[in-house]
Design a protein around this ligand. Structure first.
Ligand SMILES: C[S@@+](CC[C@H](N)C(=O)[O-])C[C@H]1O[C@@H](n2cnc3c(N)ncnc32)[C@H](O)[C@@H]1O
Length: 268
């Protein structure tokens, strides 16, 4: 992957690419992309981590699960030579009704995202799909066939639900579509361990299994099949799995790839 545009890093939450203003909104998650600014849910540091991490790799075809306000696909579209960036979200594909509250409006497609893609002439490279669940096998297969044909994927970023079951199902659908050496990234694997009151007192996702359970399973699968991954890289906010030569059966199920002497883990 190459950088194609200079990035002006102004602060942790504020940066510009080719005259386009970006604002990082991890804190409030209330800001909307407008004609003036693109909202992204990654800080400048996180985006710099990603660029450093991806630069040595050959990346033509990428899918990101989780669009929100379009910041991430627009950022990669404007800063890199990635040929196609397909992004998918459960957000409703129609624009919000005129009487929708700002909060409700966040769950409808933001027309500014599409306008910015057009304005920057990214329409053939940045391809957002709204109204899809991240684990919708038929939907994902149709999108992949339409956008990539038989070409394999080079990069998948899962920044959607961060839930154990859905993240696992997306992996089972998309990992077999990666080329050998391609990267599968799972963001925010650490949410259950963060020093954030809502996670630790259980008021947010207290009744749900931690995403960490899936990371444990991936490790056990790697122990069972050394050719499943070339490597697993664990960073504080993402895990990267580089695909090995293991021939993934169809359908691919991670629990069938784990040898564990007949024992199973409790979910934390
Ligand atoms: C963290 S935001 C994505 C941020 C974006 N990648 C960025 O960096 O700016 C997560 C998004 O995932 C979407 N999402 C949550 N659960 C989902 C699911 N099961 N299927 C598809 N999208 C989902 C949400 O609607 C939200 O827009």
């Amino acid at each position: 992957m190459k950088l194609t545009n200079e990035i002006e890093w102004i602060s942790e939450t504020n940066f510009r690419v080719g005259g386009q203003q970006f604002i990082s909104d991890l804190e409030s998650q209330q800001l909307r992309t407008s004609n003036e600014q693109v909202v992204v849910l990654k800080t400048a540091t996180m985006l710099r981590h990603y660029l450093d991490f991806f630069l040595p790799h050959s990346i033509d075809n990428m899918i990101e699960l989780g669009i929100w306000q379009g910041g991430s696909p627009l950022f990669f579209g404007l800063t890199t030579d990635i040929k196609k960036i397909v992004a998918l979200d459960q957000i409703r594909p129609d624009p919000a009704p005129a009487d929708a509250s700002p909060e409700l409006g966040m769950f409808y497609r933001n027309p500014a995202v599409i306008e910015l893609i057009e304005r920057h002439r990214l329409g053939t490279r940045v391809r957002p799909y709204f109204g899809y669940q991240q684990d919708d096998r038929a939907g994902l297969e149709t999108i992949i066939a339409d956008e990539f044909g038989d070409a394999p994927l080079d990069l998948v970023i899962d920044d959607a639900s961060h839930q154990y079951e859905q993240t696992r199902r997306s992996f089972e659908i998309l990992f077999p579509r990666l080329r050998q050496g391609g990267l599968y990234i799972i963001e925010d694997w650490q949410w259950a361990h963060m020093d954030v009151a809502a996670y630790q007192d259980g008021s947010k996702w207290g009744d749900r299994p931690a995403l960490t359970n899936f990371i444990f399973e991936l490790l056990m699968a790697y122990g069972s099949h050394s050719d499943l991954f070339w490597n697993i890289v664990v960073r504080d906010w993402f895990v990267s799995l580089q695909k090995g030569s293991f021939p993934c059966p169809e359908p691919f199920r991670i629990d069938e790839a784990i040898r564990a002497r007949g024992k199973s883990l409790w979910l934390i």
